[in-house]
Design a protein around this ligand. Structure first.
Ligand code: DI6
Ligand code: FE
Length: 394
């Protein structure tokens, strides 16, 4: 491919790792060479060439935090919130996550798959090549496994790579206390899901309305025993120590982190844990505590951006809009937002073969009808995708 402006997102180079008048050589689904066309080795000159008249090419986008397998929707709750109820009021009144649990338990696997594929298609149409998908709307063994099987199968139905997270510790089911749930349902279900090869990472919701740090620590100990990496919903609605816990366990990521402190940022940096920022949830629940982006910068914490696509706090089906919101609501720069959906999103998933355009990386690429990479975050509700390339094929 020639005639491209390549935002390679290779760090510690120029802004966006930008290469103008770039050529990219793809072979066997991987990037063989990238650089200024004038430097392309003569051996590649005989290959088929596609000219792209100055279009921008980036790594394909990565949505590193979604709950896109779920039954039903919560439009009613949206209406309640607009009539004055808070997210926590709704959760305590038996609504919220628990109502999606009922809908997800009731849904057959084909229906869950069909609705998830619609959501996957929307992300693919925006240049996404990797999605993370969580369980957590089952809260019983059969439904958690059903969700993870659906998540795993998405990649057989669409050209997309799926990373699964076991989020059994998402909410406490009705009629049970949190400790009993963790010990008698959540941990055994994790073991069963892992035995079926359904779990890439283990996640939890560490929050006053969900699980405390001691309960999450038991979950993380089990994950460690199974050899699985961890990540955590931490400090979304209050500060109860989830970020420090995630860092102590060397988590891949701590997600939301609106209420994380400077001390937490230092702990994330020391652990190499990515801060995943989710402006869709911040926006939807009218949160006012902005995550400390400047502290993450000061301590060199890698920042990723995701949709958090879920039926309650973030019915956001657009990774490009998440990038725009990260800039406008959190004051991230467009370059940070793009790093957050490419290089740093890969890192939040423990992936080392994607997220930058460099030799040896998977040829998962997005070509856009724009010339300046800032345009990807600048547009609101605009999709400038020209073509997506997945494993070298468009
Ligand atoms: N934090 C969130 O924002 C979502 N889950 C979580 O742990 C909310 C999920 C929902 O409301 O259905
Ligand atoms: Fe989430």
């Amino acid at each position: 491919m020639t005639g491209l402006t390549a935002a390679t997102m290779v760090p510690h180079t120029v802004s966006y790792g930008l290469v103008r008048d770039a050529a990219i050589v793809v072979a066997d689904g991987h990037i063989a060479w990238v650089g200024p066309a004038s430097d392309m080795p003569a051996d590649y000159a005989g290959l088929d060439q596609q000219a792209h008249d100055g279009r921008l090419i980036t790594p394909a986008l990565i949505d590193c935090h979604t709950h896109l397998v779920h039954g039903g929707n919560r439009a009613r709750e949206f209406e309640m919130r607009l009539n004055g109820a808070s997210y926590e009021d709704i959760a305590r009144a038996g609504g919220g996550i628990i109502s999606t649990v009922a809908a997800t338990r009731a849904a057959g696997q084909p229906d869950l798959l069909a609705s998830a594929l619609h959501r996957v298609d929307a992300l693919i149409a925006q240049g996404v090549s990797v999605i993370e998908v969580k369980s957590g709307y089952g809260l019983d063994r059969d439904t958690e496994l059903k969700m993870l099987r659906v998540a795993r199968s998405l990649g057989q139905h669409r050209p997309i790579r799926v990373m699964t997270s076991f989020l059994g510790a998402h909410a406490v089911p009705d009629g049970m206390d949190a400790d009993t749930y963790i010990d008698t349902i959540c941990l055994p279900t994790l073991a069963a899901a892992h035995a079926e090869g359904l779990v890439d990472t283990v996640d939890g919701f560490c929050e006053g309305i969900a699980f405390d740090t001691a309960q999450i620590a038991r979950l993380f100990d089990k994950a460690r025993a199974l050899g699985l990496p961890v990540k955590l919903h931490a400090e979304q609605l209050s500060h109860i120590g989830g970020t420090a816990l995630a860092a102590a366990y060397g988590a891949l990521s701590a997600d939301h982190v609106e209420y994380a402190t400077d001390t937490d940022a230092a702990a994330l940096a020391a652990a190499g844990t990515v801060a995943v920022l989710l402006p869709g949830a911040f926006y939807s629940i009218h949160e006012t505590q902005v995550p400390r982006v400047q502290a993450f910068r000061n301590y060199n914490v890698a920042m990723a951006v995701g949709t958090d696509w879920n039926p309650g706090s973030s019915p956001l089906g657009s990774i490009l809009l998440a990038m725009n919101m990260a800039c406008t609501l959190f004051r991230m720069t467009p370059e940070e937002a793009l790093a957050g959906t490419t290089r740093n999103a890969a890192r939040a998933l423990g992936l080392t073969d994607c997220g930058v355009i460099a030799p040896g990386m998977r040829a998962d690429l997005a070509i856009w009808n724009v010339s300046d990479p800032a345009e990807l975050s600048y547009g609101i509700g605009i999709n400038p995708l020209h073509i997506r390339i997945f494993e070298g094929r468009s």
